[in-house]
Design a protein around this ligand. Structure first.
Ligand code: SAH
Length: 234
């Protein structure tokens, strides 16, 4: 049984949320063929007292609960016992925004740890003590880090060698294509039938002239980016 090329240790209060969507399609197939693998560390196992408490009220007041460092610390130590040098990612709205470049960076690591927060978040001392890297999946608040972990892993897994049948697909996608160093969105996509509800596909796509098609796609990519994501071209 060969080692997978990418491994994620996921620390969570909700183990049943994994592999979740990662069990289907590309990621699921890659999981079954051991291109990537994961293990779960259940935070509840490190809960305190017979009630297995993992959280407590905030010092200084406020109505939310915070995950205790004396629970999360031992859970992280367990994850690190596999491999002490790995990066700990903490999905958090305060983190650096996750994007395609970030996905590429993560996909080059052999092993990572993802610490899924719940409630109001995790005691700050954990972030300092373990030098955890905060990653945000967007400027909105989720109720836990698990969905963010799924987003991160999904985008990373499809970059691993052997996951996409045709690696060339990667280069053609939104954010991968660049023009004058700027990331651009994908051109419009068309498939059968050639006429649908009276709507024809652009003639150039039937011309068989690959150079013309490529030129058309590039122009379309730029136009769409200008219209939908002008911030990318700044
Ligand atoms: N009190 C926090 C929000 C806590 S949400 C704040 O105001 O910043 C609970 C958990 O969900 C967080 O600990 C984090 O792990 C996860 N989470 C919420 N929003 C997220 C986002 N945009 N990106 C990544 N993780 C997020």
């Amino acid at each position: 049984n060969k080692m997978s090329i990418f491994h994620a240790s996921i620390i969570t209060l909700f183990p049943e949320m994994f592999p979740g969507s990662l069990n289907y399609s590309l990621a699921g197939k890659a999981l079954r063929s051991n291109i990537w693998s994961y293990d779960i560390i259940d935070i509840r196992d490190f809960g305190l007292t017979k009630h297995k408490n993992v959280d407590a009220e905030a010092y200084g007041g406020g109505n939310g609960l915070i995950m205790r460092p004396d629970v999360i610390g031992p859970a992280l130590d367990k994850a690190l016992s596999r491999n002490p040098g790995v990066t700990i990612y903490y999905p958090s709205p305060r983190g650096k925004l996750f994007d395609q470049d970030f996905a590429h960076k993560v996909s080059k690591q052999k092993e990572i740890i993802i610490l899924c927060g719940r409630f109001e978040g995790i005691d700050e001392r954990i972030i300092e003590e373990y030098n955890a890297e905060q990653i945000s999946v967007g400027d909105y608040i989720l109720s836990g880090g698990e969905v963010a972990a799924n987003v991160i892993l999904d985008s990373v897994i499809r970059l691993l060698p052997g996951v996409l049948v045709n690696q060339d697909t990667l280069k053609e996608e939104s954010f991968e294509r660049k023009i004058h160093g700027k990331k651009i969105l994908e051109h419009p996509l068309y498939t059968k039938p050639p006429i649908w509800r009276g709507r024809k596909i652009p003639d150039v796509l039937l011309s068989g002239n690959h150079q013309e098609i490529e030129k058309w796609r590039q122009t379309q990519s730029v136009e769409i980016t200008k219209k939908l994501r002008p911030d990318l071209l700044k």
